[in-house]
Design a protein around this ligand. Structure first.
Ligand code: FNR
Length: 381
């Protein structure tokens, strides 16, 4: 179908299914174990309701939101997803092109198919084409390498490029059990799309630790399972910019993150791909509201997982999220239509968002408050 026929997020998945080789589709869509967390991510948004206000003059709405001071036209960004070369030959640079054209932020994965500085170069080129008028900024998702020197080298390369924040993924000390991947032995298919040259060019000329990034069992040996809260000290010193912990899944860790002085937390169960029956980010946010509400407003709070409609985004913001990440819809859009698909996906979400705001009775995102949602059904079960 023509890209304009995609009018809501699920349409991109249908289109992608037609064009993607089975193994690539499985890589994108797979989840851990029997898939309960993935389903919870999708379903929980539908289990809370709005409490809309009416007659509030909603002629004009302002959908802008900033992440660490970087303004974006919308309160959603593109989540980091590895190995996009297995999805589209343009891989990460193609996503960046779509993002820059729409002005939204994107987080680039350590497990990317293209090198981190190649992706940055593409970002700059696209920016230049638009007269540097796009508010898009890139952030970097960081998988801690086992080797400390490599960890620091990578961080320095990322910083030198100009990425604006480090999203440290903390829910992946080891890779979860990707059931469908295993069944189809998707690792082999992925090897084709993964990092021709690796994430960065190591001066030693050794094979890059991230080259066989997200290929299932291949990656397990490359991730560091040894990371602790104490590591934040040297990471902060070496990085020197905003740090977000990606994959906070309970109130205690949200509180710890605040005490350790990180700049943001991202509530996430990794798209349901890690711990079997981990909570949806929405559940974690509700838990934080109950057990450590004091962190809300002190940290930037992000969440991701299962957001498939602008109204889901609004619910997250009502409950205190600064902004949200959207993953698979952009991946499927990329698969089927390249950067045009990414742009279309932004438009789809943006329209749902502004329509939702009007119907909810708000004209700016600051007006979204917890009283605008009823989560009692989810909380009382
Ligand atoms: C991911 N995700 C992910 N996260 C991360 O920190 N580093 C990574 O390399 C990847 N790679 C990746 C690949 C694929 C195919 C998927 C689907 C997901 C997780 C991602 O950042 C995000 O947490 C979820 O995808 C959000 O859920 P939705 O929007 O996909 O439901």
């Amino acid at each position: 179908p023509h890209v304009s026929m995609c009018v809501s997020c699920p349409d991109f998945e249908k289109a992608a299914k037609v064009v993607l080789p089975l193994k690539s589709y499985v890589y994108a869509s797979t989840s851990a174990n029997s898939g309960l967390s993935l389903r919870a991510n999708l379903d929980d948004w539908g289990r809370i309701n709005f409490r809309p206000r009416v007659m509030r003059n909603v002629g004009d709405v302002d959908t802008r939101r900033s992440i660490f001071g970087h303004s974006s036209p919308y309160p959603f960004y593109i989540s980091p997803m590895g190995t996009l070369g297995a999805i589209h030959p343009g891989a990460e640079p193609e996503v960046v092109r779509g993002a820059v054209r729409k002005g939204i932020h994107a987080v680039i994965s350590t497990a990317s198919s293209k090198q981190v500085d190649q992706i940055w170069q593409r970002f700059e080129d696209e920016q230049k084409t638009l007269g540097n008028a796009s508010p898009t900024r890139l952030f970097y998702q960081y998988y801690m390498p086992v080797d400390r020197k490599r960890a620091i080298d990578l961080m320095h390369i990322v910083k030198k490029c100009g990425y604006k924040g480090l999203w440290i993924t903390v829910d992946t000390p080891v890779l979860g059990k990707r059931t469908a991947d295993r069944v189809l032995q998707a690792e082999e298919a992925l090897a084709v799309g993964i990092a021709e040259e690796g994430t960065v060019e190591w001066e030693t000329g050794e094979e890059n630790a991230f080259a066989p990034a997200m290929g299932g069992r291949v990656v397990s040996g490359q991730l560091s399972p040894h990371t602790t809260w104490e590591d934040l000290q040297w990471i902060r010193k070496e990085w020197g910019g905003p740090i977000v912990l990606k994959g906070i899944q309970c109130a205690e860790d949200a509180k710890l993150a605040y005490e350790y002085g990180v700049d943001g937390i991202l509530l996430s169960n990794h798209g349901g791909r890690q711990l079997h029956t981990a909570p949806s980010a929405l559940m974690t946010l509700l838990e934080i509201r109950t057990y450590c509400p004091e962190v809300i407003g002190k940290l930037e709070i992000f969440l991701d997982g299962g957001l498939r409609d602008g109204s889901d985004v609004l619910k997250a913001l009502c409950l205190g999220a600064t902004a949200v990440g959207v993953g698979r819809p952009f991946m499927y859009a990329l698969a089927a239509y390249g950067s045009q698909g990414v742009e279309r996906c932004v438009d789809v979400l943006a329209e749902e968002l502004s329509t939702g705001m009007r119907l909810l009775g708000v004209t700016s995102l600051d007006q979204l408050i917890p009283e605008m949602v009823n989560a009692s059904r989810l909380l009382n079960e």
